[in-house]
Design a protein around this ligand. Structure first.
Ligand code: ATP
Ligand code: MG
Length: 466
């Protein structure tokens, strides 16, 4: 199979397509096109590291007479000795042929069909090699700004390799002889810890600006250095991220900030001018008040969620999203209040407005924006510490997240730590003590109890008058 496609590529080289049709395709230079095969003894991927279901799929395809490879992130991660998130399989079988091989298989996607092989809750995604459409002389797959609009043609492994993003993501583990196929010197880059785009970085970012986010994500995740040309092109191309539909960016943003290395990712996205495109309101606040509260607050929130992930605890998208936009909500709420708007209405309006601005860039699902709103608005109620109100607040489903948010505010000096400590204690003590804590103060008792300290930060929204 490989020999046939090599011959085909040779013929393609001798008879190149018209320049219009190929203007956006990667020129396969001789060096880039040289296939290097790493035999089993030359790499460290062992079958014992590969998921049982992925192995079943690979073996079954092979047994039926098809080519079958692991490709992408799983090969890259296995080479690093890490456990892959999932296993992606590629084959020369068409999706319909894959379906015939597996009973537990569903085809998904309308244009580029993929096969999903189900094993209980685990899904192994099987893709057919992607190729380029030589029958399309005008190459209408490409938008005038260089973005790739369609990528839905089947091809050979030698076509497939050039459609992938980074050299380290284009390594194919062959189930036939357990070798690794490398067309792009990905193995060398992998050992050197270099993240390098296949082909001309400017063209590749233009084709799909999400690759810039992937560059940052992989660089942080793997601890790899961006190759100089890739880095330069990233700096030049960052504004093209604006052309990406908001709906596509939500999942990418989750991958960036729920990775366990959110703080480092945040710094790198800011460094390359990508963060401002994702979260313009946040960047505006950060730029205005650099070295002041918002920067500290966002950084603390991300540090906190990284710590939770490292402890195996859960993290939710709405938590970091509400932290990103909190400063913007406060600024707007204060403006509303300056126009005589009642405090809670001022905050509700501010929350609505900040969210509707944000969703122009990133489509955040309604259930998530609803939770963000709740976390923000519950902050207004933490100073109500008398009578039944604290008990009511404690019983709300979003209390815990709002309380964690309050701790962050206290940690960064936005509210008095005494307030946070009171709520920590209120959750710890028994009911009798809770009743004592929430008892109204009699006039002559007032001096014995520690007076509530005045809020430290003028941005604070808590007040005893709520
Ligand atoms: P991880 O799953 O750890 O996030 P990954 O590299 O496997 O990393 P996926 O999104 O699962 O990422 O994609 C699988 C493979 O598909 C990639 O390794 C890459 O070869 C290819 N790929 C994914 N997205 C793109 C893209 N935008 N442009 C080019 N190739 C891509
Ligand atoms: Mg993957």
């Amino acid at each position: 199979m490989i020999k046939e496609t090599t011959i085909l590529n040779f013929i393609k080289k001798i008879f190149p397509r018209s320049s219009k049709a190929t203007h956006n395709k990667i020129e396969k230079s001789d060096t880039e096109n040289s296939l290097r095969i790493y035999s089993r003894s030359e790499h460290n991927i062992s079958r014992s590291q590969i998921g049982e279901n992925a192995l079943k799929v690979l073996y079954r395809l092979k047994k039926t007479g098809y080519e079958a490879f692991l490709v992408g992130g799983c090969v890259r991660d296995l080479l690093l000795g890490c456990e892959p998130k999932d296993f992606d399989v590629v084959t020369d079988a068409s999706p319909e042929e894959v379906r015939k091989v597996f009973r537990n298989c569903r085809l998904i996607g309308r244009r580029f069909r993929l096969a999903h092989v189900h094993f209980g809750r685990e899904i192994i995604e099987v893709a057919t090699f992607r190729g380029s459409d030589d029958s399309d002389p005008d190459d209408q797959r490409v938008h005038e700004d260089g973005r790739l609009l369609r990528d839905n043609v089947f091809g050979s492994i030698e076509d497939d390799v050039w459609r992938r993003d980074f050299t380290v993501n284009a390594l194919y583990y062959n189930i036939r002889d357990f070798s690794v196929l490398d067309y792009t010197s990905g193995m060398e880059d992998h050992s050197a810890g270099i993240l390098k785009l296949i082909g001309d970085p400017v063209v590749r970012y233009k084709e799909d600006p999400v690759r810039m986010l992937r560059a940052v994500r992989f660089s942080v995740k793997l601890g790899f250095k961006l190759e100089a040309a890739c880095e330069q092109a990233l700096i030049e191309s960052c504004s093209t991220l604006k052309g990406i539909p908001a709906a596509r960016l939500y999942d990418e943003v989750l991958k960036l900030f729920l990775s366990g290395k959110a703080l480092q990712t945040f710094e790198m996205l800011r460094h390359y001018g990508l963060f401002v495109i994702l979260f313009p309101q946040t960047e505006h606040c950060l730029a205005e008040l650099e070295n002041n509260f918002p920067r500290l607050f966002v950084a603390k929130a991300l540090e906190n969620s990284d710590k939770r992930i490292s402890q195996g605890k859960s993290v939710t998208p709405y938590f970091f999203l509400s932290a990103f936009l909190w400063e913007s909500v406060q600024i707007l709420a204060k403006q509303n209040m300056a126009q005589e708007m009642e405090k809670s209405i001022a905050y509700q309006n501010a929350a609505r407005s900040v969210i509707s601005t944000q969703v122009k860039n990133i489509t955040i699902p309604k259930r998530v924006t609803q939770s963000m709103r709740e976390v923000w608005l519950l902050q207004l109620r933490f100073n109500q510490r008398v009578g039944a109100r604290p008990f009511k607040l404690l019983s709300l489903p979003r209390f815990r997240a709002a309380y964690d948010f309050l701790l962050l505010r206290a940690e960064t000096g936005e509210v008095d730590t005494e307030l946070a400590e009171w709520w920590t204690k209120f959750q710890d003590v028994d009911e009798a003590e809770q009743k004592k804590m929430t008892r109204p103060l009699r006039k002559n008792q007032k001096s014995k109890k520690p007076a509530l300290k005045k809020e430290k930060n003028e941005n604070s929204i808590d007040s005893n008058n709520d």
